[in-house]
Design a protein around this ligand. Structure first.
Ligand SMILES: [Zn+2]
Length: 246
């Protein structure tokens, strides 16, 4: 037996224990790494940002409704999950409503459209007064035909930042939900017109599509939608920080 062979001789039992320990170590690394959500990498970017979350509709205004599924309930559930994600990452979140209520005066005796105007006006006012950095409005779509489906993000065509934010969110919705090829679109909406910060409306899917309506009412799917929006926001913010450093 040569010196070399003797030098690398390891008793079989020691060898097996060593290999087992090594494999356990690798497995441990894989578990730790696997459990780390990708978004965590960029989540520092939202720390201390003031972010308004606007759960669409509420109270007297149910929004779209198909059978048991109400837009105002789905928007609130997803908004609460998004609020948790953002708060954990250190953002200062303003959730515009946290119960089944509108922001209009309950004693306002005007028509429904007057109450709706007051409600939307106050949402915009709160965001502008807080000088928020971002405004995320959550809605669900509905169409007379049941065939359309898919989440889609809208932005004010005059805001480059809002466009980038909407595209970032849309990319994560596409990747995270795996059921839409929709693109972020410019849209004419009061909320994204009147708010002074980059603002987007996320239509999380179609209540008029029975399968999507069912999905949107499930907490697991709501969390996937919220996580996709959260990741889209953090990546947008991280890119802003990188641009500033250049
Ligand atoms: Zn709506």
């Amino acid at each position: 037996m040569s010196i070399f062979k003797r030098a690398i001789f390891i008793p079989q039992r020691t060898y097996r224990i060593g290999m087992a320990a090594f494999l356990l170590f690798i497995l441990g690394l894989a578990v730790i790494w696997g459990e780390r959500p990708v978004a965590q990498v960029a989540s520092y970017a939202v720390a201390n940002r003031v972010i308004v979350i606007d759960p669409g509709h509420g109270g007297f205004d149910p929004g779209a409704q198909r059978g048991e599924f109400k837009e105002k309930e789905i928007t609130l559930a997803i908004s609460r999950k998004l609020e948790q994600n953002l708060s954990k990452a250190g953002a200062m979140v303003i959730l515009l409503r946290d119960s089944d209520e509108s922001l209009s005066d309950s004693e306002l005796k005007g028509s429904l459209s007057e109450r709706k105007r007051q409600d939307l006006g106050r949402r915009v006012e709160k965001a502008n007064e807080a000088k928020a950095d971002l405004y995320i409005s959550i809605h669900a779509n509905a169409d007379p035909s049941p065939r359309w489906r898919g989440a889609q993000t809208f932005y004010n065509k005059n805001s480059t930042e809002a466009k980038l934010l909407a595209e970032s969110i849309q990319q994560e919705l596409t990747a995270g939900l795996g059921n839409t090829n929709r693109k972020a679109l410019a849209g004419n909406y009061y909320i994204i017109d009147k708010t002074k910060m980059p603002a987007v409306i996320v239509e999380v899917g179609f209540l008029s599509n029975p399968e999507e309506a069912r999905l949107l009412s499930q907490p697991d799917y709501q969390q996937r939608v919220a996580t996709a929006i959260f990741t889209g926001i953090t990546k947008y913010q991280a890119n802003l920080l990188v641009d500033k450093q250049d």
